[in-house]
Design a protein around this ligand. Structure first.
Ligand code: BG6
Length: 485
C-alpha cells in the first residue's frame, strides 16, 4: 500500500545512520512507488546548508550507500521532495522555519530522531513550543532508549509529555528484517510447527548474532554500552520474544506486542546467585580475521586501556511459563567473530525410542534453522536412509533447505529500514517496540549488569576472529549440549 502523504522530518540528517540507512531506504521506497507523490523529506541538522548543499549531501549518501546503480529518474524525483532546515535542535526559534514547509492538513508529520537520546526531550519541547505536534503526528525513536531502566523511563517520560504512546514508534531494526518477519509467518501460517512448538517436542533453542565488525570508530558510544546493551537488550531479546510468544489473537500491533511482553515478563531473573552458571562476558584481544591481523578492543582508536566493556555475551535464558518450562534458550552475540552470521536454531527432542540403536547409539536431533543473515533462509535437518541394499540400514542427516535468494529469485530483499520507514508512514506500530517492552527488557538486563558489577566479573579475553571465550563453550556443554557449528 502507498503511504499517506507525509512530512518526513529527519533530525540528525548528517549522521551516519541517516546517510547509510535512512536516506537510501527512502530512495528505495520512492523507487518502488511506495512514497505518496506529495511526501516531503525534510532534513534537519545544525549546519546552515543551502538547498543545493543539502541535495549534494543526499546524492553523495545515495551514491555511497545504495547497493545498486541509481535510477536517475527516481533520483530526480527524490530530490524534488528534499528540503533542509538548519537549526540548533534545542532552541525552538530555529523551528519556526518548519511553518513554511509543513502542511498539517495535507500531510502527516513523521519525525525521525536519529540523534543522541539525551536530546529527544528537547526536540519534543521545541516542536511543541512551535505548535508543530498534531494529534496525528508521529515520532520515530532510534535506540538506545536509555542505558538502564531508570534512564529509559526518563527518555520515555520526556517523549510521553508531548506524544501519546500510539504516536511513538521505537525502532529495533531487527524487527524490519525480512527473515525476522518471516518467523511470524513460519510459526503462524503453517500447521506443521504449531503443535510442536513447546517443551513436549523442543529440547532447546539457540540464538546467535555474530558480527565480524569491531568497533569501527564508535568506541565513545560502545564503551559505555557494551554488547549487552548494544545487542542483547534489544535485538536478541526481540528475536527471542518472537520465537517464544504465544499466538496473538490477530496481527494488530497491540495483539502481537501483548504476547511479546508476556514472554519478557516470564524471563527468569539472573542475579548474583546464578550469574556464573548463566552468563559469560568476553572482550576481544588482537587476532586474525579472514587471514588479516586486527587489533584488540583495548588497542582500538580512542580506547581506554582499562576498559571492562564486554564485546561478547553468552547466556542461558530460562522462560518460566507453561510452554517453555525446562527448555533453555542459549543466546550469544559478539563482535569480531569469524564471520557475520545470525541464526535461530530450534533443536527438537530425540524420538521417544531409538529403533536404530544397534547402528546408532544416538540419533542426531531434528533441527530447524532460521538463517536471519546472510544467506537468508530456512533449513530442516532430518535423518534419511542412504539408498542401498545393505542389511543394516545406513542413515544420514540431510537438509531440507529453503534459500530465500534461490526461491524468490526475482524479489529484492529490502533493507530492514525500508520496511520500518514504510510502516511508520503507514501508521502501523506492529514492528515497533512498545514502552512496556523496552522497560521489561531493561528490568531483566539490569539484573545481569548489576550482578556483573557486584561480583566484579571482568570480561574474559578471546582472540578476534574466534567464537568467543572458551567459557562460552562450557556454558552450554555443562548442560550436555553444544553450540551449532
Ligand atoms: C546495531 C548495533 O544496533 O546493530 C551495532 O548498535 C551492530 O553495534 C548492528 O553492529 C548490527 O546490525 P546488523 O543489521 O548488521 O546485524
Amino acid at each position: 500500500p502507498e503511504a499517506k502523504a507525509c512530512d518526513f522530518v529527519l533530525f540528525g540528517t548528517k549522521g551516519d545512520l541517516a546517510r547509510r540507512k535512512l536516506l537510501p531506504s527512502l530512495y528505495q521506497l520512492d523507487k518502488a512507488g511506495l512514497l505518496n507523490e506529495d511526501t516531503k523529506v525534510i532534513g534537519v541538522a545544525k549546519d546552515a546548508f543551502t538547498h543545493e548543499e543539502f541535495n549534494e549531501l543526499v546524492v553523495k549518501a545515495l551514491r555511497g550507500f545504495v547497493k545498486e546503480e541509481l535510477c536517475e529518474e527516481t533520483l530526480a524525483r527524490f530530490l524534488t521532495r528534499c528540503h533542509y532546515i538548519g537549526t540548533n535542535f534545542t532552541e525552538s526559534e530555529g523551528y519556526q522555519a518548519f511553518h513554511e514547509l509543513l502542511e498539517p492538513h495535507k500531510r502527516v508529520m513523521v519525525s525521525y530522531f536519529a540523534t543522541p537520546p539525551a536530546i529527544f526531550g528537547d526536540i519534543c519541547r521545541c516542536l511543541h513550543e512551535q505548535n508543530l505536534i498534531q494529534p496525528d503526528s508521529r515520532v520515530v525513536l532510534e535506540k538506545p532508549i536509555g542505558s538502564d531502566l531508570a534512564s529509559s523511563k526518563v527518555i520515555n517520560d520526556q517523549v510521553a509529555a508531548f506524544y501519546n504512546e500510539d504516536q511513538v514508534y521505537r525502532i529495533d531494526h531487527y524487527l524490519g528484517k525480512e527473515t525476522v518477519q518471516n518467523l511470524i509467518a513460519l510459526r503462524f501460517a503453517n500447521s506443521l510447527f504449531a503443535s510442536k512448538w513447546d517443551n513436549r517436542t523442543i529440547d532447546h533453542v539457540q540464538i546467535t548474532v555474530a558480527e565480524e565488525v569491531g568497533i569501527e570508530g564508535r568506541w565513545g558510544y560502545f564503551d559505555k554500552a557494551g554488547q549487552m546493551r548494544d545487542m542483547i537488550q534489544n535485538h536478541l531479546l526481540q528475536v527471542l520474544t518472537l520465537v517464544a510468544m504465544d499466538p496473538p489473537v490477530n496481527l494488530d500491533a497491540d495483539s502481537i506486542r501483548d504476547e511479546k511482553v508476556k514472554v519478557l515478563k516470564s524471563l527468569r531473573p539472573i542475579n548474583l546467585d546464578n550469574i556464573y552458571e548463566n552468563t559469560v562476558r568476553g572482550q576481544y584481544s588482537s587476532g586474525f580475521l579472514k587471514g588479516s591481523p586486527v587489533p584488540g578492543y583495548l588497542e582500538e582508536e580512542g580506547a581506554n586501556t582499562q576498559s571492562n566493556a564486554e564485546t561478547f555475551v553468552a547466556l542461558r535464558v530460562d522462560i518460566d511459563n507453561w510452554r517453555w518450562a525446562g527448555v533453555p534458550f542459549y543466546l550469544r552475540s559478539g563482535k569480531r567473530m569469524p564471520t557475520k552470521s545470525s541464526e535461530i536454531v530450534v533443536y527438537f527432542k530425540n524420538p521417544p525410542h531409538n529403533l536404530y540403536r544397534s547402528n546408532y547409539r544416538n540419533l542426531p536431533p531434528n533441527k530447524l534453522t532460521i538463517r536471519l543473515q546472510p544467506h537468508e533462509g530456512v533449513e530442516i535437518q532430518m535423518m534419511n536412509k542412504v539408498p542401498g541394499l545393505e542389511q543394516k540400514q545406513r542413515l544420514q542427516t540431510t537438509k531440507l533447505d529453503l534459500s530465500f535468494t534461490d526461491t524468490f529469485k526475482n524479489e529484492r530483499i529490502a533493507d530492514a529500514y525500508e520496511r520500518l520507514l514504510l510502516e511508520a508512514m503507514l501508521g502501523n506500530q506492529a514492528l515497533f517496540v512498545r514502552r512496556d517492552e523496552v522497560e521489561q527488557a531493561w528490568t531483566w538486563v539490569d539484573g545481569i549488569i548489576q550482578s556483573w558489577e557486584e561480583s566484579n566479573e571482568k570480561p574474559k579475553p578471546y582472540p578476534a576472529g574466534s567464537w568467543g571465550p572458551v567459557a562460552s563453550v562450557a556454558l552450554i556443554a555443562k548442560d550436555g549440549r553444544s553450540w551449532d557449528e
